[in-house]
Write a protein that binds this ligand. Structure first.
Ligand code: PMP
Length: 438
């Protein structure tokens, strides 16, 4: 039986009067899953949240990634409260910022120097500015379907053809800006080579999500990142890894230091953008990279970037506390084991109902694609069944399991999920897949 969500519906109609589209980020709307009122959450604890009608949900959204220690983790909450009691914003440097920068550098050694900002969008946007300042070039190569925040330059889609100059993906972005962006399919080194052969002398940087989180979870094929780095450097371009999702997601480090890649040093980027998890649930972003490149940034160099809120004590304290939790032994292994059990259960449930799915799992994160083919790039992700996803999403919601309302988003395990949550989710999925089939 459907849960009552009458209070959410009421609040949504009120929100529509005051907040554009009723939501403060379009990904929160239910537009991609048939429309209607999104669920308004009221409180959250561990792996669960409760909506304004007091329905309980198991959370696999994890706020699109940051909430890896679960909601209101006591260690993180305590750090935030302590920071707030001492004043939330000084406009001066603090010792905590140094400690956090040290933690990031130790975990991600390619970051010789770090700068904190307030969001993933800002972090990525600034890496591009720094790369342009350092190389004296303007163009950027990105990969189709990778999301890098909402700054003008990266909100650009592929034109037609394997490697193309971009077309704006949003109104309000001049085509002159989109023309500085070249889009290539992910996992396609030939496409990258073609783009670099044509425009290489103008390319400041090749930017990539080294493990994709924005058209489901997609691993780079063996050799892709090594090839990308080699080709970019041969062309005199920098390599930027957008690790806003992947930073501290799979292990205590980032994709570039993840043990799945045989030779880490070969795939180190010049610049890295971080966000999400490193703020422990408060707003943050960070970027960093090789010393000579980072010295382009003001006050040392000519590339300007600033921020009133940057490095604020609350976000930094929450981030440090979150990393402390993640550095405890066995934390990632536990999420990994739960995700294995969950994906096995989902696969079996789907098979039993005769619904074809492809599940891409990378440690404690995975995506369920409604299709019978592999998903290795954006085009393949686009070909998956949107209606089946929408039906599955709504069934799961009614059964008390909250997923992101888009077929392109991942499921995230947290340190707070338990075996009981996994059992409950598998039982819900059995019903949901059966309903999708009928
Ligand atoms: N890069 C990636 C890979 C992301 O997934 C996101 C957000 N989903 C961003 C950048 C932008 O981060 P923010 O929403 O914090 O601006």
């Amino acid at each position: 039986m459907s849960k009552s969500r009458s209070r959410s519906e009421q609040l949504y109609s009120e929100a529509l009067q005051h907040i554009v589209g009723g939501v403060n980020s379009p990904s929160r709307s239910f537009k991609a899953v048939g429309g209607g009122a999104p669920v308004f959450m009221n409180r959250a604890q561990g792996a669960h949240f409760w909506d304004v009608d007091d329905n309980r949900y198991i959370d696999y959204l994890a706020a699109y990634g940051p909430i890896i220690t679960g909601h209101a983790h006591p260690h993180v909450t305590e750090a935030i409260v302590r920071a707030a009691q001492n004043g939330t914003l000084y406009g001066t440097p603090t010792e905590l910022e140094i400690r956090m920068a040290q933690m990031l550098k130790e975990a991600i050694p390619s970051m010789d120097k770090v700068r904190f900002v307030n969001s993933g969008t800002e972090a990525v946007m600034t890496t591009i500015r720094v790369a342009r300042a350092y190389t004296g070039r303007n163009k950027i190569i990105k990969f189709a379907g990778c999301y890098h925040g909402h700054s003008d330059l990266v909100l650009v889609a592929a034109g037609s053809g394997p490697s193309t100059l971009g077309i704006p993906d949003s109104a309000g972005i001049p085509s002159s800006i989109a023309h500085e962006v070249i889009t290539v399919p992910f996992n396609d080194l030939d496409g990258l080579k073609e783009a670099l052969d044509r425009w290489g002398g103008e390319v400041a940087a090749v930017m990539v999500e080294p493990i994709v989180g924005n058209f489901g979870m997609v691993m780079p094929q063996p050799g892709f990142l090594e090839g990308l780095c080699t080709l970019a450097r041969q062309a005199g371009a920098l390599v930027i890894y957008d690790e806003v999702i992947t930073g501290f997601r799979f292990h205590y480090g980032s994709a570039q230091t993840y043990g799945a890649f045989p030779d880490h040093s070969a795939i180190e980027p010049d610049l890295t953008a971080l966000g999400k998890i490193i703020g422990g649930g408060l707003p943050i972003g960070a970027y960093g990279g090789r010393k000579q490149i980072m010295e382009q940034v003001a006050p040392l160099g000519p590339a300007y970037q600033a921020g009133t809120m940057a490095g604020n004590p609350a976000s930094i304290a929450a981030g440090i506390a979150c990393l402390e939790v993640l550095s405890e032994p066995g934390v990632y292994e536990r999420m990994d084991a739960l995700a294995v059990r969950l994906t096995d259960g989902l696969r079996t449930a789907a098979e039993r109902s005769g619904v074809p799915v492809t599940i891409n799992r990378i440690r404690g994160s995975f995506s369920v694609h409604f299709c019978d083919h592999p998903v290795t790039n954006y085009e393949e992700a686009q070909l998956t069944d949107s209606e089946q996803f929408a039906s599955f999403f709504r069934q799961m919601l009614d059964l008390g399991v909250c997923l992101a309302p888009s077929k392109y988003e991942a499921w995230f395990l947290t340190t707070a999920h338990t075996d009981a949550d996994i059992d409950e989710t598998i039982a819900a999925a059995e019903q949901a897949f059966a309903a999708v089939k009928s």
